[in-house]
Design a protein around this ligand. Structure first.
Ligand SMILES: [Zn+2]
Length: 396
């Protein structure tokens, strides 16, 4: 069937019902799969590109990625109607360590935790080898693992000066604190990082478990979607969504909602897997970053630029990730086909969730070359809400 154009038909719906029923019987989970139109352009015409299993969480059934015949967008079709059912309670991004809102702690407590974290997190060669003495090593390290090109960049270069309102930059004492929103904030690690940089932060999280954990730790997190969060328009200087847009059923509406929430000139930060990269075509259904059926959208750089521009974003910058964790994960998925290689395969597949510094550094030179060639396995996007030109303001 691959490559043959199709239109949503009765026959396919019957097939989808079968798949959903199989899922309900085998795994006790009904994803309510149904055939959909292209989430970007609304076309009903598509061709099947690949068919794969849920290799990460083991949901029953085969899931199909199609290419839109009109705009070329790749998306999951049939798509699940019950999104929450796709995320088991132990879904790794949702069970990260919950950072406490340190505004509620004493400085002493925070200091103790920070020093504990530093001791536990550092590998032995950083604790015992005199690496600090080697001239230029630190600079090389930062260059190799360029933070801006990691799946979730640390917000080190995001000072409140990035807020849309110039007053915040020039007169911090009198201006209200610059506000940032993270969509899909899970347990709040990135909110905590932004908070340390001086932002007043809020989060939105669809899944109840991580949202509750974040609220219990002192963060303002709305459980639900952007639409149900009830946030006021033009409130935020920064809206971030790391590895979220590929999970939402209507990405154009989601980007339009983010656009409304930003103040003019406000900064949008996104991260998505790059479905236009070589790994997607080499590994096919075994590509780690497919994450079927949780990834509903599979963006390429060109499609993403077009959508961002269509909802009113400008100054669009796209960086290709300098990481090959997905490559290691994909190799792990392939190896598990052979019984004797199942154990090392499982280890490699789990690697992207606990990447190790030594292997990251070893792979960094290749990752840098691929990133420069526009073949990173993920994309980091920075864009700004356009400021209305003088004379174009509408008087109330
Ligand atoms: Zn389309």
């Amino acid at each position: 069937m691959t490559g043959t154009e199709q239109i949503g038909t009765e026959g396919r719906d019957a097939e989808n019902r079968d798949a959903a029923e199989r899922g309900a019987l085998a795994g006790g989970v009904d994803l309510r799969l149904r055939t959909i139109e292209c989430p970007l352009c609304g076309s009903e015409r598509f061709s099947e590109l690949l068919r794969g299993r849920d290799v990460r969480c083991g949901l029953e059934g085969r899931f199909v990625v199609v290419g839109c015949s009109a705009c070329g967008h790749q998306y999951l079709n049939p798509a699940p109607g019950a999104l929450e059912a796709c995320y088991p309670a132990d879904y790794a991004p949702h069970v990260a360590v919950v950072p406490r809102n340190e505004a509620e702690d004493t400085d002493a407590e925070a200091g103790v935790r920070a020093s504990e974290g530093a001791k536990v997190g550092r590998p032995w060669y950083l604790r015992y080898l005199p690496l600090k003495q080697i001239p230029g090593l630190r600079r090389l390290y930062y260059w190799l693992l360029d933070d801006r090109t990691q799946p979730v960049p640390l917000p080190e270069d995001l000072s409140v000066g990035d807020a849309a309102d110039g007053a915040v930059r020039t007169d911090r004492l009198r201006a209200p604190r610059a506000r940032a929103l993270e969509v899909g904030c899970a347990t709040g690690s990135y909110l905590a990082a932004l908070h340390r940089r001086g932002w007043a932060v809020q989060g939105v999280e669809l899944c109840e478990g991580p949202a509750r954990a974040a609220v219990a730790a002192g963060w303002t997190v709305h459980q639900g979607t952007l639409e149900t969060a009830g946030l006021a328009d033009e409130t935020f200087g920064l809206v971030a969504a790391w590895m979220v847009l590929e999970h939402v059923p209507r990405p154009v509406d989601t980007l339009a909602a983010m656009h409304r929430l930003l103040r003019p000139g406000g900064l949008l930060l996104l991260g998505v897997p790059n479905a236009g990269c070589w790994q997607r075509w080499l590994f096919g259904a075994d590509w780690y970053c497919l994450d079927l059926p949780r990834h509903l959208q599979h963006f390429t750089e060109a499609r993403l630029r077009a959508v961002l521009a269509s909802v009113g974003f400008g100054q669009i910058e796209i960086l290709h990730h300098r990481t090959l964790s997905g490559l290691v994960g994909s190799l792990g998925i392939v190896l598990q086909r052979w019984k004797v290689l199942e154990r090392p395969g499982r280890w490699l597949q789990g690697y992207p969730e606990r990447p190790q510094l030594a292997l990251q550094l070893f792979l960094a030179p290749l990752a840098i070359v691929l990133s420069l060639l526009g073949q990173g396995e993920g994309l980091t996007i920075r864009a700004r809400k356009r400021v209305p030109e003088a004379g174009h303001f509408v008087k109330e």
